[in-house]
Design a protein around this ligand. Structure first.
Ligand code: PAF
Length: 274
């Protein structure tokens, strides 16, 4: 496996070979990322993973500075999962000048849920992913369903710009007790780590309530928000949406319930398709 820091070097290494399978990450990898790399490997294409903590998708008060940078450990894990190339540019390589051109998703998808509570987040994500796609030129790109809205936003971008890239959503990988793996779980104290299970429990409660009575979505969302608040969480949203575009379900379309809530200083997100 080659660890490459420069755009020109990566382009040269990939040459005119087959378009690779690509797993973009911000590093501090866990089993969820590695599962995507294994799926990329199974495609038979060369596998590229990127590690870049993208300043553009962090608000000034968020955790850009303290986001863990763990390249040596990440590289070992990626090699073990079958990655061929790690692209790990520094900021000067990715943004030699302030990034003036940006890619913004439509408000109907980009300004709801995560985008409502993190204004500009998806513009930061789309801009860096578009740039990474230009650099890597993948034929297949893999994203985790844990970041469900991000997956939908990227799918939309690829469709709207007619990019010849297949986008694959990998299932959320969970710890044995059900907590969705996340690079940010490392911020949790031991007691918060136990309490963190509450988020998924509330999602399961919403699924159960809505399955029993689809008309009870709003009540179930509110009950989950209240239960989280009662346990000292600060929930941003618990929302039942249709999977296709994350708007409110109109009938019996396939659904997903999504939630974001702060536990202490750590903001967690999770979702369940149902
Ligand atoms: O999901 C992430 O880790 C990031 O949002 C991504 C897609 C690598 C873009 O920086």
């Amino acid at each position: 496996m080659h660890v490459i820091h420069r755009i020109a070097e990566l382009r040269e290494a990939l040459g005119t070979g087959p378009r690779p399978a690509f797993v973009p990450t911000m590093g501090n990898l866990h089993e969820g990322h590695l599962a995507l790399v294994r799926q990329a490997r199974a495609s038979g294409r060369p596998v590229v993973a990127s590690i870049f903590v993208n300043r553009l998708q962090f608000a000034p008060h968020e955790d850009f500075d303290r986001y863990p940078r763990t390249l040596p450990r990440d590289s070992e894990l990626l090699a073990g999962a079958g990655c061929d190339f790690v692209f790990a540019p520094d900021e000067a390589e990715m943004y030699p000048a302030p990034q003036a051109y940006k890619v913004a998703p439509p408000a109907a998808l980009g300004d709801i849920l995560e985008g409502h509570f993190r204004p500009g987040f998806f513009t930061g994500v789309c801009t860096v992913v578009m740039k990474l796609f230009q650099i890597v030129q993948p034929g297949l790109a893999l994203f985790g369903k844990k970041d469900y809205q991000q997956l939908r936003v990227i799918e939309g971008m690829v469709r709207d710009f007619a990019m010849p890239i297949e986008v694959h959503g990998g299932e959320t990988v969970r710890a044995d007790d059900g907590l969705a793996l996340s690079s940010r779980n490392g911020y949790l104290s031991a007691s918060e780590r136990g309490e963190a299970l509450m988020l998924r429990r509330q999602l399961l409660a919403v699924v159960e309530a809505v399955r029993a009575d689809p008309g009870r979505s709003t009540a179930a969302e509110q009950a989950a928000m209240q239960a989280l608040q009662a346990q000292g969480w600060q929930p941003d949203y618990v929302a039942v949406r249709r999977r296709s575009d994350l708007l409110a379900p109109q009938g019996d379309e396939a659904r997903v319930v999504l939630a974001a809530a702060k536990l202490g200083h750590t903001r967690l997100i999770d979702n369940l398709e149902f």
